[in-house]
Design a protein around this ligand. Sequence first.
Ligand code: GAP
Length: 465
Amino acid sequence: MTAPNIETIVSLSKRRGFVYPASEIYGGLGSSWDYGPLGVELANNIKRSWWRWLVYERDDVEGLDSSIIQNRLVWKYSGHEQTFHDPLVDCRTCKERFRQDKLHDVACGNHPDKHPGETPDCSLTEAREFNLMFRTTLGAVSSDDDPAALAYLRPETAQGIFINFANVLNTSRRKLPFGIAQIGKAFRNEVTPGNFIFRTREFEQMEMEYFCRPEDAPRIHQEWIDGFQAWLASLGISAENLSLYEQSADELAHYAQRTVDIMYRFFPERDDESKQWDELMGIANRTDYDLRVHSKKPEDAEGKRINPDSTDDLSYFDPQTNERLYPYVIEPAVGVNRTLLAVMMDAYTEKTTDKGETRVILKLTPEMAPIKVAVLPLAKNNEGIVAMAKRLKQSLQPHMRTVYDDTGGIGKLYARQDEIGTPFCVTVDHDSLEDNAVTVRHRDTWEQERVSTDQLQEYLAARMG
Ligand code: GAP
């Protein structure tokens, strides 16, 4: 079972502290969200898994953390100033603005049960282009329009990688093929953000630019498409909720030769199966576009430098072929927030108790679970039991995220931990004081086992996957 819709996750998130509406005490701020105690743990687990898989477990990827605000010229030469647009339409009747290519994702201002353009009174204007980059000004300028002070918040983390290509190459003494990985915030002034954390104006990306020889790019592209499906499966996302989508020529970004999106079934409630899917991540072949446009050497047909502002040449000398070239780039780009939503939707399960009550169980993998173990005293007024439970919490904490909770009866405590995906509850009872053993309860089966406290850490570690 997976969540029946995104709304189910919105309500669980608010109730249990995964994600809250941002600026809530001031009426909120459209499509901005804050990550609570459990949400930040889950997001960190996703980022840690990605980083470990790419940077630590492979031998050909380096990490990077570049600035959110870069020289404006980065965005001039990357093409974002000219082409990073969405088609914007206004409705003359309801006075709202929509992204023309996403009308089926939003509601009409006057008829919330219809999409814009679906009723005769909708009167949409022709589409016009709207640049998605957030503008800001640097320093103490006299006017907000001062072009000399204009800067942008990055709309993708990728450009920070391209402009550091030579730095990383030289300092790490890499040879092709190799990758540079980066996790960080990106900002887009989306026309129609929405669907909870699916599309927001501030979000977090995990991007890797994998540099290779041009002739190897198609094969390597396919390897990363396969590799990322396996990584997403390792997070607990089931294959039946993932699909691949080959972007058509008119959908491709200005830099891409081929892009395959990995889609997740974010909208299972939609009757039309083809509308249930939306992009979880994209894997693009960006060719040598970015390294070329940021280099000082390449010239146009008339012999003029295409980039007269760059001070460096981002080409690569291949010692094996004695040739200088601009490497091709394969870019798997995935959003932390969309991954978190997919992981939660896929883990969501409901179970009916013997008494006919419905319980929510978030069947997260142990790696993803925000809390790995909850230590619960059976009697919170018994000093011996409480002391033993607190001691166990302290001893487990250095090895795995553990909490102590005595704020309810044991049934309620189990139910709370099930709902947030804690794989194991450890209960200390009266017998524990005699036999130095505790009850370990398994989230998914509700089975219980008696385990000696000497063996507890080893027992749990072996089951953390
Ligand atoms: N560097 C390539 C790039 O940025 P993208 O497809 O525009 O490609 C990559 O973005 C991923 O970032 C998306 O697949 C999605 O997971 C995430 N993403 C993009 N825009 C987003 C938004 N407005 N809100 C949340 N996540 C977003």
